[in-house]
Design a protein around this ligand. Structure first.
Ligand code: 26Q
Length: 819
């Protein structure tokens, strides 16, 4: 462990001094918000020396560096995590106690860094934590959105989106790096000039430009003195007031450039797993990619003369297709600015870039209209055309007459630029995010690519950081685990397997259940304060928290709740374990049916929670504004983890892992990483149900599913569906949920219905739910299974995932930092 000793006395003085300097107040007069700022700056003081030392060491060792390119980094709050990773929780808690403040309250003053939507953005954050904690040189590269993911309010049962002005109090941890500003060019035209040697030069002219300025955020490794950097780019006008342009009567152009700078980093697109072909989105992508690649190349050139050897020192990981313009942008820099030949440039690019696919759903694949793409990025488009021309030539060479292959693999086709195809062609590695997902990529979605270049394809099952999601989020359980087996699990999660020894022990089970109960009390308080709902901490906490999407089937869950409620109405004495159904989900602002599902959940909650006749056997809670910070409370309190996506649709899922790590049992389909969770914990310690991925795909291919048959033959299901349109949950407007009803049944015979197989899986789900009910009554069995879930979660650490990326894709050098 590190040699540094945390100096409590000095830290305390610094906190008090910071309050004075920042607010002209004494510590006694300071508000919790002010104390947060003061503590954050004091922590930054500790971090900053390690940060400098880390980068000095990277320089000295000339270590190969990863640039993790991502439109999203869902970091959550920084303070608590930083305190954990500098290993000063106890000391700082004591300092604050002495000053009359509670560390938890102080941590609650910080805004979440919600620079992401969901799984993909949080994965990037977990990877940064693991890379720093394992001591590998890595930058996260992203956008410093002025507004992160919207905050969600529930008004009258509906989601209302509130702008997330996360920077309004300033961000104590960030450092502006003016000296690394870069110029980014959009639009205009490309002029070709032939020089005396016959070589063509491509000159972009009449463009608009913005200045990209990076802000560094520290990513603190766990107890190893390593501090890596998340580099997020802000946009500024090139000249605040371009007098030159003004003089030339180009006032409009100057104003436009200013507007461009303002709009480009204004807000994160709130879509998750859905492509929206918005021009501004493509601007955002090119903006941060051009800036990041320029910076990486510049950094390399400061030490090295031969860019042909760039792949020895630099690797770019593309987090989905969103950063794919990195491929043509690096080509542009090498050819247009560094004088490379096409072949030399291509050799470098295809050794530097690697691509991660997160989804197989067609509606999530990025396809840009040529018109838009070429207008915004004229030079980049030329390069993509040439990449495509050469690639198609190669396809035809390998598959003479294989025009079907040309059609499926072309980068430009049907008036569109297909980003996934570009990403595959330009990368040396293509990976899926769970074993099943990667198989589906190879066998179906990217089948022809796999046939042509099988060596590129590999799997990297996702993971999560145990440091945030157990050590920080669930202190009681973390301490208990450490008490039983030591603290190696913090940096080596498979070590947690040792807990299995205790799973059958009655006393340990009792301790475990008590911890779960304490965590439930904490969540009950949160729900009371934030939702005003009373929840029984002795009930089974049944949790589904994730983005709202039809394929994730929150609808199946709530339809099943409606069905249970019907049973209870028929027989109020029905024997069932009291349950609290907990939902947390944001819907993309423009996703109608998802937003209506939120309304349905809240309407069902209203009716059920206020019906005394069912004697409190069911409660339904929709937790407002589900985000990283309250997720930590929810996971810690969960008994049951709902992972019920239509099989084949969920790339991996990661809330499944976080809930497992916190001792929740999974009820789920054989989808995404659920398959591997069951492999680790054993099918007997989970509740698996429903169609398999193959069955789903076969059913779609053969088109032999008619939900109307189920509606006609199953009266319980019919009753539930009728309640969607008879005012049971919307007396003032019985038609309110008609669209949900329609999405499940045919209505007009031409429409597809229940494309996510809610009704087809309903009975199997119900069956699994009764098994849960039965199992929960056996307290010893449940506690043992829960402990076994914790004990078998070792595989799902992002440390393992990152280790595999390093060994098989990135090939980074580990660095030791001593102070
Ligand atoms: C694309 C184009 C335009 C606007 C937005 C988007 C966009 C934004 C976000 C498309 C997709 C996303 C996010 C996808 C995502 O979060 N995928 C999830 O990634 C997780 C990490 O690998 C997996 O665990 C989940 O299964 C997968 O759904």
């Amino acid at each position: 462990m590190s040699g540094y000793q945390f100096n409590k006395k000095q830290f305390k003085q610094e906190v008090a001094g910071n309050v004075k300097k920042l607010y002209r107040r004494t510590i006694e007069e300071a508000s919790p918000k002010q104390v947060f700022q003061a503590v954050a700056y004091a922590v930054k003081d500790v971090i900053i020396d390690e940060w400098i030392a880390t980068h000095r060491e990277y320089e000295k060792q000339d270590a190969k560096t990863l640039y993790y390119l991502s439109m999203e980094f869902l970091m959550g709050r920084a303070l608590g995590n930083n305190i954990i990773n500098i290993r000063a929780v106890k000391e700082i808690r004591e300092v604050l106690d002495e000053l009359g403040f509670d560390l938890n309250v102080i941590e609650d003053q910080e805004s979440d860094y919600a620079l992401g939507n969901g799984g993909l953005g949080r994965l990037a954050a977990c990877f940064l934590d693991s890379l720093a904690s394992m001591g590998y040189p890595a930058y996260g590269c992203g956008i410093r959105y002025k507004y992160g993911l919207f905050k969600q309010k529930i008004e009258n049962g509906y989601q209302v989106e509130i702008p997330d002005n996360w920077l309004k109090d300033g961000n104590p941890f960030e450092v502006r790096r003016e000296e690394y500003a870069a110029l980014i060019k959009f639009g205009g035209n490309v002029r070709v000039e032939c020089d005396s040697s016959g070589r063509n030069h491509f000159i972009q002219e009449n463009y608009q430009s913005v200045r990209a300025v990076p802000y560094d955020l520290p990513v603190v490794g766990y107890g190893n003195n390593v501090v890596n950097t998340l580099m997020v780019w802000d946009a500024e006008p090139v000249d605040t007031f371009n007098l030159d342009a003004f003089d030339k009567g180009e006032y409009n152009n100057a104003v436009e450039q200013e507007n461009l700078a303002k709009t480009i980093v204004e807000v994160l697109y709130p879509n998750d797993n859905h492509y929206a072909g918005k021009e501004l989105r493509l601007k955002q992508q090119y903006f941060f990619i051009s800036a990041s690649i320029q910076r990486a190349v510049g950094k390399y050139k400061a030490k090295h003369s031969d860019l042909h050897k760039l792949p020895d020192k630099v690797v770019f990981q593309l987090n989905d297709t969103h950063p794919t313009v990195a491929i043509p942008e690096l080509m542009r820099i090498l050819i247009d600015e560094e004088g490379f030949s096409w072949d030399d440039a291509w050799a470098v690019v295809t050794k530097c870039c690697a691509y991660t696919n997160h989804t197989v759903m067609a509606e999530a694949l990025e396809k840009w209209p040529i018109e838009l793409f070429s207008r915004l990025l004229p030079r980049i488009y030329q390069i993509v055309e040439e990449i495509n021309r050469r690639f198609v030539e190669e396809v035809r060479r390998i598959y003479p007459g294989g025009e079907d292959k040309v059609r499926s693999m072309s980068i430009i086709y049907d008036g569109q630029v297909k980003m996934a195809n570009l990403a595959v062609v330009g990368s040396f590695s293509v990976n899926g995010v769970a074993a099943l997902h990667t198989e589906i990529l190879k066998k179906r979605v990217l089948k022809d690519f796999y046939g042509m270049m099988p060596w590129k394809f590999n799997n990297k099952t996702n993971g999560i950081t145990q440091r945030r999601f157990l050590l920080h989020g669930n202190e009681l359980l973390a301490d208990w685990v450490t008490g039983k087996i030591g603290d190696e699990w913090i940096t080596d999660l498979p070590y947690i397997k040792k807990l299995a020894l205790f799973a059958g022990d009655e006393k340990c089970q009792q301790e475990f259940r008590n911890i779960k109960y304490q965590n439930k009390l904490r969540l009950v308080r949160y729900i009371k304060e934030n939702n005003g709902i009373d929840v029984d901490p002795r009930s089974l906490f049944d949790v589904q928290v994730k983005r709202l999407h039809e394929y994730k089937r929150q609808l199946l869950n709530i339809l099943h709740v409606m069905y249970l409620y019907n049973m209870l109405k028929d027989d109020p004495d029905m024997d069932m374990v009291p349950r609290t159904f907990i939902f947390g989900a944001k819907a993309a602002a423009g996703y109608r049916i998802a937003k209506l599902t939120i309304k349905l959940i809240n309407s069902v909650a209203d009716v059920i929670n206020n019906d005394p006749s069912i004697k409190g056997k069911i409660k339904v809670v929709f937790i407002e504004d589900y985000r990283v910070s309250n997720a930590e409370l929810i996971y810690a309190a969960a008994d049951l983890s709902e992972q019920i996506s239509t099989a084949s649709r969920e790339g991996s899922g990661t809330s499944n892992m976080k809930l497992m790590l916190n001792g929740a049992l999974t009820i789920g389909t054989m989808d995404g990483a659920n398959v591997e969770i069951v492999e680790e914990v054993g099918r007997e310690n989970a509740f698996i149900f429903g169609m398999s991925a193959d069955e789903v795909i076969a059913c779609e291919t053969n088109n032999d599913y008619n939900p109307m048959d189920i509606f006609n033959n199953d009266q319980d299901i019919r009753r539930v569906l009728m309640q969607l349109i008879n005012g049971s949950y919307a007396p003032e407007n019985p038609e309110l949920f008609r669209d949900i009803y329609n999405s499940l049944l045919n209505t007009r015979s031409t429409d597809k219905a229940d494309t996510y197989f809610n009704l087809k899986d309903f009975r199997a789900y119900d069956e699994a739910q009764w098994q849960v009910d039965k199992a929960y009554r056996d307290e010893a069995w449940w506690a043992e299974a829960a402990i076994l879930n914790v004990a078998n979660s070792g595989k799902f650490s992002s440390d393992r995932t990152v280790r595999q990326y390093i060994d098989e894709i990135w090939h980074l050098d580990k660095v030791e930092v001593s102070l």
